[in-house]
Design a protein. Structure first.
Length: 199
C-alpha cells in the first residue's frame, strides 16, 4: 500500500576517479510524492532544490531531471558545501516534504572499493561494521583497549594452538590464545603507555 507521507531523499556521493582533485560529487534528489498528486509541483520542487548547482561561467549544465518521476541530479566539483546542501534541504522542507540527507562514504584504504551510506556531514560517525570512520571492517586493524595503540594485524594458518598477541607499548592482550592462526601485529600508531601507578 502506498504511503501518504511525502518525503524527499538527497544523496551525495563521490563520482569518477579517486585521483581527481577536487573529486566530482553527484547530488541526487528523489521525491516520494505520497499525497502530492500534482506532477508539475514535484518537478518544480526538484528543479528548485538543485538551482544551487547550476553551471557558472559558460560551463555545460550537468543537471538531469526526470520530471514525471520527481527525480533530479547534479554534478559539482568537489564535495558540496554545507551551505549548498542546507539550501537544498530548505527548498524541499519548504515544500512540505520530510527530508533525509545522506552521503556515500568510501573506505580510505588504498585499493579498497567498499563503501557505506551514512548521514550527511556526520564526519566522525563510524558506519556499522567499520573499524573507524574512514576504514571499513575488511581490514585487520585493532586498537589496544588499555593504551590506545593501533595495530595492523596479519596472520598465517597454524597447525596447532597459536600464541596470544600482546601490545608492545603497554603489554595488554590484543589477541588471547591466537586460535588456529599465528598473528603478527604491526604498530601503526603508538598510544600512551600507562604510568607505573596504573599497573
Amino acid at each position: 500500500m502506498a504511503s501518504n507521507l511525502s518525503t524527499a531523499t538527497a544523496t551525495i556521493e563521490p563520482a569518477g576517479r579517486r585521483a581527481k582533485s577536487p573529486r566530482d560529487h553527484s547530488i541526487t534528489v528523489v521525491i516520494n510524492p505520497g499525497a502530492i498528486a500534482d506532477k508539475s509541483q514535484l518537478a518544480a520542487t526538484v528543479r528548485k532544490s538543485l538551482e544551487g548547482f547550476a553551471p557558472i561561467g559558460g560551463e555545460p549544465d550537468r543537471r538531469r531531471f526526470l520530471d514525471a518521476a520527481g527525480e533530479g541530479s547534479a554534478i559539482c566539483a568537489g564535495k558540496p558545501s554545507v551551505d549548498a546542501v542546507d539550501r537544498l534541504r530548505a527548498v524541499l522542507a519548504g515544500a512540505g516534504l520530510r527530508v533525509t540527507l545522506r552521503e556515500r562514504r568510501e573506505c580510505g584504504e588504498p585499493g579498497c572499493t567498499r563503501d557505506s551510506m551514512v548521514g550527511w556531514n556526520r564526519v566522525f560517525d563510524v558506519p556499522v561494521g567499520w573499524y573507524s570512520n574512514v576504514i571499513c571492517g575488511k581490514h585487520n586493524y585493532r586498537t589496544c583497549a588499555t593504551c590506545g595503540s593501533v595495530f595492523l594485524l596479519t596472520s598465517t594458518n597454524s597447525t596447532g594452538q597459536a600464541p596470544s598477541v600482546r601490545c608492545e607499548v603497554c603489554g595488554a592482550g590484543i589477541i588471547a590464545w591466537g586460535g588456529s592462526k599465528i598473528w603478527n601485529a604491526e604498530l601503526v600508531k603508538r598510544g600512551r603507555a600507562p604510568s607505573a601507578s596504573q599497573h
